[in-house]
Design a protein around this ligand. Sequence first.
Ligand SMILES: Nc1ncnc2c1ncn2[C@@H]1O[C@H](COP(=O)(O)OP(=O)(O)OP(=O)(O)O)[C@@H](O)[C@H]1O
Ligand SMILES: [Mg+2]
Length: 458
Amino acid sequence: MMRLRSLSHSLSARLLLLTIFFVMLAEVLIYTPSVARFRLNWLEDKLGDGHLAALAVVAAAQDMVTEELENELLTSLGAFVVDLRQTDEPTRLLRFDMPPVPERIFFLDEGNAFTLISDAFDSMINGHDRAIRVDGYSPHDATTKVMMIIDETPLAEDLEAFSWRILALSIFISLITAVLVYVSLHWLLVRPMKNITDKVVAFRDDPDDVASILPTSQRRDEIGRAQRALHDMQDALRAALKQRERLAAMGTAVTKVNHDLRNILSSASLVSERLAQSEDPKVRQAIPRLFDSIDRAVDLCSKTLVYTREGAPPLNRVSLELSRLVDEAEPFLATARTTETQWLNEVPTGLKVKADQEEFLRVLVNLARNAFQAGAMTVTVRASVVDSATQIDIADDGPGLPPRAREHLFQPFAGSARPGGTGLGLAIAREIVSAHRGQLSLVESDASGTTFRITLSR
Ligand SMILES: Nc1ncnc2c1ncn2[C@@H]1O[C@H](COP(=O)(O)OP(=O)(O)OP(=O)(O)O)[C@@H](O)[C@H]1O
Ligand SMILES: [Mg+2]
């Protein structure tokens, strides 16, 4: 059962069945007109025979044609009556004493292709033991009209035999064609396709398996092109996978180094706090810079850690009052702004978003810090619901994105245009928003300010 089903799903089996079907269809299309022509020829021949027999009777002296001879002639013709009409007057030449009444009359000169075809089928189905009248010109003399009443049985039998012959021939031709088409398609298409499929499946299961390498084909057709393209793709993918492995290893190393570095930095920070109590004015003067450097180093470590952690952050999404969240961001901005700057919360109260509190706060803080660090005096957060999505705009009145940042927007490590910046803030923000199935995009940025937009579906 399984085998049968897989066979009916295989390309070759379907091709085989389709070929047989199409050849049979072609044969039917050829058969119908030819059966009509066969019947027409048969009847015309019959009229010709009748014509010749009648001529023989005319040629003989009237008294020589006995009734017995007339009957014999008619029987051998398979006819009951033969009339010739040379001029307008009919000449009844041969007839049985009591000829049967014809059930149908056929005029061979009339009728189109369709009536000829339907008459042929009618003969085959109803023609056994039926007397019919046939009118037409003799094939021996186009001016002589012949009318005959004949027994249709031999015609029906001949038509049947003809149909059987055609059927047998069709089956024979379709089988031969199907086998030929099957073999050539199998050779040209199915086999190479199966080969490609096997290799692709093997490649998916194990990209390093040598058995999955596609041979470079010399074929110039579509299959050859597909094979070459797949071969190139395999190469590129394999290289990319190797690269990814290396990057993953590097990521692990960076995470380890970072972790240790953070511990080292916290001890350094403890030591420097003690140093701050030193009496030496020179030491005391250097202390703020030391603190600042250590803070930046810790910041760099935490950000790199956030970025190199594997995949998207695990989220704990809850319904949050957005306006409250914006207020919560304020303390985290202190180091990036001066006292004259403003953090304006214009989010309508009551507007809720479904988000992970800590991660989403990080997004707001990263965007806001950037704006203040770039020199904005006011950063405004607005939010609205548009078509079943929440749009949150973070707009500032700063100088706009510098070209370098614009070219590498959202690219980790590459987009920083700020001394001391790591270029991770926007990349992390976008990653977190994506993990919420949302979008972070730049709406506008020019000399009068910059606006970033977070779109979250509700
Ligand atoms: N609102 C803004 N106005 C002007 N420039 C901006 C704004 N936001 C970002 N930028 C520019 O984009 C760059 C990239 O920002 P991103 O937050 O990714 O990195 P960073 O701020 O340099 O470093 P960090 O990883 O510490 O955040 C910034 O260096 C800054 O030049
Ligand atoms: Mg930043």
